[in-house]
Design a protein around this ligand. Structure first.
Ligand code: AVJ
Length: 334
């Protein structure tokens, strides 16, 4: 069952509920703190404070990813929207509120008279705000937004695509998934597309350890605040008593896996309780809680990831320093 709200004649919002059996935040926290090593999913970073902190991260000198991708889209957006032969509609995993999605929408509307943009995002509030502002900016745009987890939305068959579609998964969001999950997400996405539809995939490239670790542990401490907000959020939502001063943000590049891993490391032994979900957990001094993996790719790995999910390779663009890649994949026939 989905809830469909027509906000204006050019904006509708469809709320897709969690699949039965999908874990809640509370259940994931209980399981993650009880497991060895302890872990929490990075998808829980993005409450209101976390989303604002991530936005600040994208402006940091060390966090080159957003700037590199924006450079590619500013320079090559005109070409990107022309490769597949318009008219296109857009389906985006993650709601591009800002600059990047606007660049592509602007370019598409230079070569076609109207465009439907269908963003999928876990945050209903973010979706509503970004959609409203987009329909206001572009009279030829209509937005059909889906609120929910990517897997839930794509698996629900709620998504309706009428024209040739360019799906987008930008900002190296693919990097937050473990390789098997990334493969599953792309396959599921591919099942909802038609042969000839595109997938624009933005991914951060493998590079030297120093640059990568700095990008995830900036000198101003914004990324540390972003990571620690996960504990602050648990304190707020579950009445927990994490002492944030007892945890230190650590980012380390695991070259073998190709992932920058983020941890919160306990300075001293401590016990925390989460009364509203009936959980207690003890951290030893130096014990780490894994909060995020940010996988890095080679161009060949991106191509292989697409192939395994039923996409052929069409084109790729890079920023001038070749730090970041945007690949255009095309759904194979049958
Ligand atoms: C939004 C998932 C792409 O992994 O680079 C930024 C999130 N975490 N700094 C990333 C993030 C720490 C970001 N993604």
């Amino acid at each position: 069952m989905t809830i469909n709200i027509a906000v204006s004649d050019r904006f509708e919002l469809i709320e897709v509920p969690r699949r039965s059996g999908a874990a809640s935040f509370a259940a994931d926290v209980a399981r993650g703190l009880g497991s060895k090593p302890k872990r929490l999913s990075s998808k829980y970073f993005y409450d209101e404070v976390g989303s604002a902190l991530f936005d600040a991260i994208t402006h940091l000198p060390e966090y080159y990813l957003t700037r590199a991708e924006t450079e590619i889209l500013s320079e090559w957006g005109w070409q990107i929207v022309r490769v597949l032969n318009e008219p296109l509609d857009f389906l985006e995993l993650g709601s591009g509120s800002a600059v990047k999605t606007r660049l592509l929408i602007g370019e598409a509307l230079r070569v076609q008279s109207r465009l439907r943009y269908s963003p999928i995002d876990i945050s209903t509030d973010a979706l509503r705000a970004s959609s409203m502002s987009l329909v206001e900016s572009y009279p030829a745009l209509s937005v059909r937004a889906y609120a929910g987890d990517y897997f839930d939305v794509l698996g629900s068959h709620a998504v309706r695509l009428e024209r040739k579609t360019l799906a987008m998964l930008m900002g190296s969001n693919i990097g937050n998934y473990e390789p098997h999950e990334a493969a599953r997400l792309l396959s599921l996405l591919g099942k909802g597309l038609r042969p000839g539809d595109g997938l624009l995939l933005g991914a951060d490239l493998k590079k030297d350890r120093e640059t990568l670790e700095r990008a995830y542990d900036d000198l101003a401490g914004v990324t540390s605040a972003f990571d620690l907000n996960l504990l602050a959020r648990i304190n707020r939502e579950f009445g927990a008593d994490f002492d944030l001063r007892n945890f230190r943000h650590v980012a380390s590049y695991d070259e073998a896996r190709g992932s920058v891993d983020s941890f919160l490391e306990a300075r001293e032994r401590a016990t925390v309780s989460l009364p509203s979900i009936g959980v207690r957990a003890t951290f030893e001094a130096g014990e780490r809680l894994h909060t995020e993996s940010s996988y890095k790719f080679t161009d060949a790995e991106i191509v292989a990831l697409g192939r395994a999910a039923g996409f052929g390779h069409k084109a790729a663009w890079h920023d001038h320093e070749r730090r970041f890649a945007v690949h255009l994949l095309v759904r194979d026939s049958a």
